[in-house]
Design a protein around this ligand. Structure first.
Ligand code: ATP
Length: 213
């Protein structure tokens, strides 16, 4: 059976409900039984994370411990070279074979910066792109050429994600969560409460490790 597999990459510094809840809603919406969370190691286009790789991995483990939808993939964490999504997805495709349906999940903000990613135009050769809504970001690309690229790949039919191996972009109508890791780090630095923004087990670990203070 060609079961759709979905990878969800990011820095997860720390993992929060803005990551978990839209993706849980997405799974119900399009019929996903598994989502693989893949923390990156040295994100090339971003400042370095505050937490170490091991701490970010541990926080994901704690966040998903009671959520069977999610599993953790450590392939980028094990590398000490930059995590280029295009390369990781190429390797994933080689492992999974040409026929299997594969998807990479991103938030709306990442869609806007997507054309600046290393070899972005090759990513759809290997997987679909599923975009979760995120408040505060437009859904149109800044440059006409990128908007054309988006429209050329768009589908409104989730069935395509299951029947085709790769190549489609699906804008999922997931609920909005105005949460970011930046907001959480800033709140923690100011000793402000974060209880509604991330799982208790992650917050306890952050406090135990003295992270972001
Ligand atoms: P930071 O504030 O440090 O930039 P972040 O909260 O954006 O971090 P990342 O780990 O960079 O989190 O994000 C991983 C993925 O999750 C990205 O594709 C991002 O678009 C998506 N994402 C993060 N927060 C949300 C949110 N609130 N709603 C929808 N998608 C989100």
């Amino acid at each position: 059976m060609n079961q759709l597999q979905a990878l969800f990459g990011g820095t997860f510094d720390p993992v929060h409900y803005g990551h978990l809840k839209p993706v849980e809603a997405l799974a119900n919406l399009i019929g996903l039984s598994k989502v693989i969370i893949m923390p990156n190691n040295v994100p090339p286009h971003r400042p370095q994370p505050e937490a170490t790789s091991q701490q970010r991995k541990k926080m994901v483990e704690l966040a998903i411990a009671d959520k069977p939808l999610f599993t953790l993939d450590e392939r980028e964490l094990r590398r000490d070279t930059p995590s280029y999504t295009a390369q990781t997805l190429h390797e994933w495709r080689e492992q999974q074979g040409a026929e299997r349906s594969l998807a990479f999940i991103i938030g709306q903000d990442s869609l806007l910066t997507f054309p600046s990613w290393h070899h972005y135009d090759t990513i759809l050769d290997n997987c679909h792109l599923i975009v979760c809504r995120r408040p505060g970001y437009p859904l149109a690309m800044e440059q006409a050429e990128h908007q054309q690229w988006l429209e050329a790949h768009l589908t409104t039919n989730p069935e395509d994600l299951h029947t085709l191996p790769a190549g489609k972009i699906f804008l999922a109508e997931t609920p909005w969560f105005n949460i970011s890791a930046t907001i959480i780090r800033e709140r923690l630095e100011r000793n402000e409460p974060c209880d509604d923004l991330l799982p208790d087990a992650v917050l306890d670990y952050i406090n135990e490790q003295g992270l972001y203070h």
